[in-house]
Design a protein around this ligand. Sequence first.
Ligand SMILES: [Zn+2]
Length: 584
Amino acid sequence: MTATAGPAEQLWSRCAGCASLLYRKRLRRNLDVCPECGEHTRLGAPERLRQLVDPGSLRLLPDRPSEADPLDFVDVLPYPHRLSAARVSTGLAEAVLCGTATIGGQPAALAVMDFRFLGGSLGCAVGELITRTAEQALDDRLPLILVTASGGARMQEGALSLMQMATVSQAIAALREAGLLTVSVLTDPTYGGVAASFATNTDLVLAESGARMGFAGPRVIRQVTGRALPEGFQTADFLLRHGQVDMVVQRRSLRGRLAALLAAARAGRPARAPVPRQEPARHHERLAGAAPTVPPAEANGAAPADDGPTPAVRDAWDTVRTARHPGRPTTLDYLDSVFDGFVELHGDRLGGDCPAIVGGVARFAGRHVMVIGHQKGHTTADLVARNFGMASPAGHRKALRLMRLAARLGLPVVTLVDTPGADPGISAEEQGQAAAIAENILTLTVLPTPVLAVITGEGGSGGALALAVADRVLMLQHAVYSVISPEGCAAILWPDRSAAPQAARALRLTAPDLCRLGVVDEIVPEPATAAHDDPAETARRLRAALLANLLPLLDVPPAMLVRLRRQRFRRFGATRAGARAGAR
Ligand SMILES: [Zn+2]
């Protein structure tokens, strides 16, 4: 629905669905749904809240925005300028409004996203605000309702925005454990990192009529597959048909449906005294920086991983090209060189086995571990057979099955991450790519066994994070880890894709950058000039680093591990980003 230009703007608007000229007051009375054709206009968060909650019941949570620009991100405009403009045009502090309220008399905590604010993008402040809302729900023993509208993670905050997918997911996991209902309401549009986390890993997923949801956007899918998209692709009805949402709800029925679901959840769980939540993360409790209890050389007979001569600083774009080098060792190479006795396990038990993810049990330094990793290849034929390391939903569900199995057997999990991103294809969307990634992220936040992740090549966005929510995150020296590919970022924020080298620099996707930001705990040095020149030496160094980082985790009781892991990802909130920006 677009407003017509000129003085009549306040009075009339034209429906985007049927082109009818509509009197604005009539439209508003009809909840911004076209009375002629039923087109649901996008709502801002304040109007959405007004429509959903009982009058006078809303208590907004504080939304003091962080002034963080953790990456000093500049495209054609500095990020702080874009933030200020969004604040002026929307009157909001951030892309989400949070509070507690009643709906049809039923109390709930709510976080409502606003697409008008930088495309509803998920940055550190948005993640922090939604996490605090979930924590408030836990404290007050309230159900949580998330109304999503987002293009995905906020590129200008790089990998820190990617981490928000884990931060919010673990808050949802805590509500799951406490038996509190979580509901997401998908509104148009919900994509990317939001779709692949809290929009789909809630107990119930409702889609507003006409809403579209998916992991990859239609433009990207068309570009990658070169195919026309099926009629109604990724729409609410499509999602319902493919088993991805519980129901499609007309806007006029949304309030009533939510009230009924809240009432059912409340009936099954009598009110109890609020449970005090855990203390916030304290730095001395972090595993990060903990010294290994056994020096790797003694434990393993391997030479210690010396850092060698200080490497020359490589440009971010050169690093991207190195990380993508076809000669770079793959997961199967490492399974051969770093691990012993790998027994591959296949299948998601739901109808597929994805070749882009390999996993199974292996021995490592005399212990048994579960290894799960993306598999690329060295030749074009290998790469095609492995879908270039881009996992399908079946791949993510296979990984999920193996993670859970590892926890039941008491085996540590080692993940090797090397993917341009999750498969952005049509069938991946039909099979629920977003929800598959979201469930892995949530499960990893609470998996009661040690998890050690290594970014070995490309850590591409949500597809990488689906294997990288870990107690310790290591990164090979010339690997990259990013919320979006430099090419994708350039296409959106710069005039064209040829700005990929600039985007690579702006995104802070190299190992030293991510170490500084706390996303990565340790860099595994590569031999000169890079891993592909000396795979055997790379394997030796990776083995030493794995051992040094795995051994201390083995002595930590599972409950403590989970608590520390949660703290590790909880600290990527706005406070931390603000502190970093201030510290500069
Ligand atoms: Zn219409």
